[in-house]
Design a protein around this ligand. Sequence first.
Ligand SMILES: Cc1cc2nc3c(=O)[nH]c(=O)nc-3n(C[C@H](O)[C@H](O)[C@H](O)COP(=O)(O)OP(=O)(O)OC[C@H]3O[C@@H](n4cnc5c(N)ncnc54)[C@H](O)[C@@H]3O)c2cc1C
Length: 326
Amino acid sequence: MSNGILIFAEHRDGAFNKTSFEALAAAQQLGASLNQPVVAVVLSTDAALAQEIAGYDVSKVISVESPKLNEYTPDGYTDAMEQAVRALDPQYVIMPHTYLVRDYAPKLAARFGKGLISDCVRLTAEGGSEVVFSRRIFLGKIDADVVTDGESPVFATFQSGAFRGDQAKRGAGAVMESMPVEVGEIRMQPEPAFQEVKQAVDLTKANVIVAIGRGIKGEENIAQAQALAEALGGDLAASRPICDAGWLPIDRQIGSSGQTVAPKLYIALGISGAIQHLVGMKNSDTIVAVNKDPEAPIFDIADYGIVGDIFEVMPVLTEEVKKLKG
Ligand SMILES: Cc1cc2nc3c(=O)[nH]c(=O)nc-3n(C[C@H](O)[C@H](O)[C@H](O)COP(=O)(O)OP(=O)(O)OC[C@H]3O[C@@H](n4cnc5c(N)ncnc54)[C@H](O)[C@@H]3O)c2cc1C
């Protein structure tokens, strides 16, 4: 009988993707609710990676090994993960909803004749038995609750920010095992990874984000927001109209058609708070909104709100932050 929760921990260049720890936190929650062990799977021979994840509260870390896994390819990862899932026979396979996972996970699930419950924002395990995965539909207007027929393995991915990576529980040092796998023909030649495109930025890793909206009025004013971001050691982001106008590149866009982020601090400057924007940032730890309209919907989710003109607020905030930092 299948048992346990398998979590796929994604890495690149010797480091785990931050969302891997969020998926780990999700897997731990599920494991605790169902009283089932959590096993982490890393597709790498890098012992340091296995060791890092073994420091978390998991029962085992499996390093799935093949020379064909040195570079990511959907063929390679699907073959390797298929063998790991067949060998470990888990009830649930939990993954972060990254570009890489989006690429290969549907194919993996199809090998088992299963669907993929993708981009989940929540999970509940009522009474320790029925597991409900919630995912946003219709551009975030409705949450759909998904239950499975109970047949394992169930494949699910979690949206960045759905769980807090820093809340993944640490453990006493899990058992580490390696699992050599036979990877078949690789039909594709990998191009440089998406985030390595010049100027591309992975805002999911940022601790502080200063985001601008249409209230910034003109491209020439962005430098003021940039100064605040720099003073805070943060990254600059934007609502869609700013990127549509070409004032910032598309990889700075937050929202349903941009990135989903969950930084410690999100400062929204002149952003109204349309649902398509909110779905991308509402899981931030602390949200500060500056808007001259006291009725702006962004204030509904803000922890701190300043009703005022961003052109008055930005320089003052920047100066105060600089003073604090000495
Ligand atoms: C299919 C689809 C996908 C979409 N995807 C996204 C997405 O991924 N991300 C996204 O952001 N949007 C997305 N949108 C667009 C979204 O619906 C909103 O139009 C957009 O988020 C609004 O951006 P905004 O808040 O910057 O602009 P506005 O809604 O125009 O708001 C500007 C705000 O600035 C305030 N303001 C103006 N001047 C000042 C000032 N001097 N000081 C202080 N405040 C000021 C105003 O009071 C207002 O609240 C999408 C829309 C669709 C249809």
